[in-house]
Design a protein around this ligand. Structure first.
Ligand SMILES: Nc1nc2c(ncn2[C@@H]2O[C@H](COP(=O)(O)OP(=O)(O)OP(=O)(O)O)[C@@H](O)[C@H]2O)c(=O)[nH]1
Ligand SMILES: [Mg+2]
Length: 346
């Protein structure tokens, strides 16, 4: 999964990036677009790894892309370069500043920044949709296609993001490859001053985030980036001192999985124990394509053991003896925690 960190200049994107990835990119204004990868912690993988003692243990990954804000302009906005970068991401994480930044004259205004960001994205999408609509009309496109563009245009004009439309309301087949910003899943991070690190999202902002069809969480990036620098054994105590029960990374990953409706399935064996990420509702054949395209192409069947069942019986043969071994076809919908063994022939 690829998540782009976006937001206005000096909101703390690079600090969030450092906190999540454990990297140490210099903060301050501007800089380059940066990529970083995070392992998705999963206690089930730890446990399976203990049982199999494989040569290799591989966690699911989340990729972060830190996109600098625009500086020096007289308006607070997103540069065309930033917009281009954003279009490339699977999901967006908007970082809102809620701390005094000595480099910026204005006091923090997270609610105003969220509105401004939403407005910019809506405007950018509307520009694309209007152009496409005009072309579709000129080329005499089919009525369903024109209707889809009209629906999208009207939604944006009424200042609603496209993500607010259900699949029944908007046929997205016509929008593939356009990189529409307001159709991307959005996670909003309220970046707090250290002394308010443990406070939850304020009610009014929560409502505003919900209205944008987004998910949200509050954290203090500065605190979290300091935690990331500590020895893992010291991290819990440091968090507890601040009244924080769980690191922002864990909360962030959970929020992102919920927002994107992601689940994990596992493959196990003496060579590798590994987690794979898929959308909820994915069938066994498509899921096997995550592992290798040959498995999807030559799919015969999937042998499935739910994680809890495996942990209870501790071996494949014990699961079989208990009559709990599942043999499933390509339409089987994979569940969170399924251990999959794909039989295939190419
Ligand atoms: N007090 C406080 N300062 C923070 C926090 N997060 C970031 N900062 C500071 O704010 C300044 C800007 O942070 P960056 O992470 O570089 O901001 P950015 O969003 O990446 O900025 P651009 O890339 O220029 O758009 C730095 O001096 C950070 O140390 C925070 O939670 N609390
Ligand atoms: Mg930055």
């Amino acid at each position: 999964m690829k998540i782009g960190l976006v937001g206005f200049a000096g909101s703390g994107k690079t600090t969030v990036f450092n906190a999540m990835t454990g990297l140490d990119v210099p903060v301050g204004f501007g800089g380059e677009v940066r990529l970083g990868t995070v392992k998705v912690p999963d206690a089930r993988i730890d446990r399976l790894s203990e049982l199999f003692s494989p040569k290799k243990t591989t966690f699911a990954e989340m990729r972060f892309c830190d996109i600098p804000g625009e500086h020096g302009a007289d308006h607070k906005g997103l540069s065309p370069r930033a917009l281009q970068q954003i279009r490339d991401q699977e999901a967006l994480c908007l970082v809102l500043r809620d701390f005094e930044n000595p480099l910026l004259a204005e006091p923090p205004d997270p609610a105003g920044d969220l509105d401004a960001f939403s407005a910019e994205c809506i405007f950018a999408d509307l520009e694309i949709i209007e152009k496409r609509l005009e072309r579709a009309r000129k080329e005499g496109a089919e009525a369903v296609e024109i209707a889809a563009f009209e629906k999208a245009g009207a939604t944006l004009e009424s200042e609603h993001p496209l993500r607010s439309l259900s699949p029944a309301e908007l046929n997205r087949d016509f929008f593939r490859g356009y990189g529409l910003l307001t159709d991307r899943p959005l996670l909003v991070v309220l970046n707090r001053a250290e002394e308010r690190a443990a406070e939850e999202l304020p009610e009014a902002l929560s409502t505003q985030i919900e209205a944008a069809g987004a998910g949200g969480l509050a954290l203090s990036a500065l605190v979290e980036s300091e935690i990331a620098d500590l020895d893992p054994s010291d991290q819990a105590a440091f968090l507890a001192d601040l009244g924080i029960s769980e690191s922002a990374l864990a909360r962030f990953i959970r929020a992102a999985y919920a927002l994107l409706d992601l689940i994990a399935f596992f493959t196990v064996g003496p060579d590798e124990v590994r987690a794979w990420t898929i959308r909820r509702g994915t069938n066994a054949r498509t899921a096997s394509g995550r592992i290798h395209s040959d498995l999807e192409r030559g799919f015969i069947r999937a042998e499935v053991i739910p994680y809890e069942t495996f942990i209870h019986h501790k071996s494949e043969s014990a699961v079989k003896e208990a009559g709990l071994f599942q043999v499933e076809g390509k339409e089987y919908i994979v569940s969170d925690g399924d251990i999959l063994h794909v039989r295939f022939n190419v």
